[in-house]
Design a protein around this ligand. Structure first.
Ligand SMILES: *Cc1c(COP(=O)(O)O)cnc(C)c1O
Length: 385
């Protein structure tokens, strides 16, 4: 089976992890801050906090922004469930904004209409999670303008987008958002096995997320409510979690970061080659925004001709050893969300996308011969109907 995504682990990665493993620190040593500064510098952000997953980074990002009971978090239905679940963790309510049919990211037009209605009804969101689907940045300028007009905070869920650029600047610099999140799961662009990161330019948010990542405990006297009892002293000043990344993971991440640009460039080569090879087939190819440079975590095509055909093409590709996938099942159609009152039909563009989308295999070590096999299998699947 040709997988839809796959990590690459080099000898340099292995050496870096073994060095960390045989060092004095397995956790809370020098590797995590080193990895954080490598990513922060790459992105041009002031602060970066490594976590044990993007999901936990999303959770502490929401908490740091003050999201809680009675608040609303909005996001797109076409995302991994974690982009919405982070709101529920905080006791907030979750709602969705339908997608743009060209970029598949949440539509700024739909967002504006929904905000206007919410303003009249007195239920504006506190936080918007903007997901850069497939690595293609959302229209962040439009989203930022709306955040200023309607007074909400913005988290970029850039789990797919590290190494990408928005208007010639690196994704993760937080120019148009409060916090940006990356994921380092093995299918993503660079990996730490499990892992995530939260970036921000706001020192208060960075401090707050730092506390929440590690039990709400501090040794920083400037944050303590009273004088320390002695040199052993720490204070718990908030209710936090253990969301820390290990030294082994951070060492792997730092080593992987050296190949980030090469990985994204290779993904662009593969995507261009797909574009050429698939030209003329009855599928909709992914659109690329001219002002952006996508991280290209995913290459998604749309199969025209109805749900039945979509299902058959998907099944035939899998049967031919092509590990296609579907990103994503609209979150509002998940049983857990249906129990909260969401209904089929609530977000028509997202549901239309779901009825057609297929992620083709794409990863930096993919060979052209494998790509040819994928294209041939797709040709057979489309022709065999
Ligand atoms: C993978 C992913 C996450 C969750 O990442 P983890 O590191 O596995 O917690 C969140 N949002 C999006 C869009 C993702 O693709």
């Amino acid at each position: 089976m040709i997988p839809y995504g796959r990590q690459e682990i080099t000898q340099a990665d292995i050496d870096a992890v073994v060095d960390a493993l045989t060092s004095d620190f397995l956790t809370q040593g020098p590797q995590v801050p080193r990895f954080e500064s490598v990513v922060a510098e790459y992105c041009g952000a002031n602060h970066a906090l490594a976590t044990n997953s993007a999901t936990s980074a999303l959770h502490i990002a929401c908490l740091a922004l003050g999201l809680g009971q009675g608040d609303w978090l909005w996001t797109t239905p076409i995302t991994f469930v974690a982009s919405a679940n982070c709101g529920l963790y905080c006791g907030a309510k979750v709602d969705f904004v339908d997608i743009d049919p060209q970029s598949y990211n949440l539509s700024p037009g739909a967002l504006e209409r929904k905000l206007e209605k919410a303003k009249q009804e007195g239920c504006l969101p506190k936080v918007l999670v903007a997901v850069h689907l497939c690595g293609q940045p959302c229209d962040m300028k439009a989203i930022h303008d709306l955040s200023q007009r309607y007074g909400f905070k913005v988290i970029e869920d850039a789990s797919h987008a590290i190494g990408g650029k928005y208007c010639s600047e690196p994704v993760g610099n937080c120019r148009y958002s409060d916090i940006t999140i990356f994921s380092f799961h093995p299918v993503k662009i660079v990996t730490t096995a499990e892992g995530g990161m939260a970036l921000t330019n706001n020192v208060k948010l960075a401090q707050r997320m730092g506390l929440l990542r590690s039990h709400g405990i501090t040794r920083d006297e400037t944050l303590m409510t009273h004088e320390p009892d002695g040199p052993w002293y720490y204070q718990q000043i908030d209710l936090g979690f253990n969301y820390r990344m290990t030294e082994l993971q951070a060492a792997l991440g730092t080593s992987q970061m050296r190949r980030l640009d090469a990985y994204v460039a290779r993904r662009h080569e593969l995507a261009q080659r797909y574009n050429q090879l698939l030209n003329g087939l009855p599928v909709t190819l992914p659109w690329q925004h001219p002002d952006s440079y996508s991280g290209l975590h995913l290459y998604v095509i749309r199969i025209r001709g109805g749900k039945e055909k979509h299902l058959r093409v998907f099944e035939m590709l899998r049967a031919q050893g092509v590990g296609v996938n579907l990103h994503y099942i609209p979150v509002h159609t998940q049983p857990y969300y249906q129990d909260m009152g969401f209904r089929q039909g609530d977000y028509p563009e997202a549901e239309a996308y779901y009825g057609q989308a297929i992620s083709l295999p794409m990863f930096p070590t993919m060979m052209e011969q494998q790509q040819d096999e994928v294209v041939e299998a797709l040709r057979v699947a489309l022709g065999g109907l």
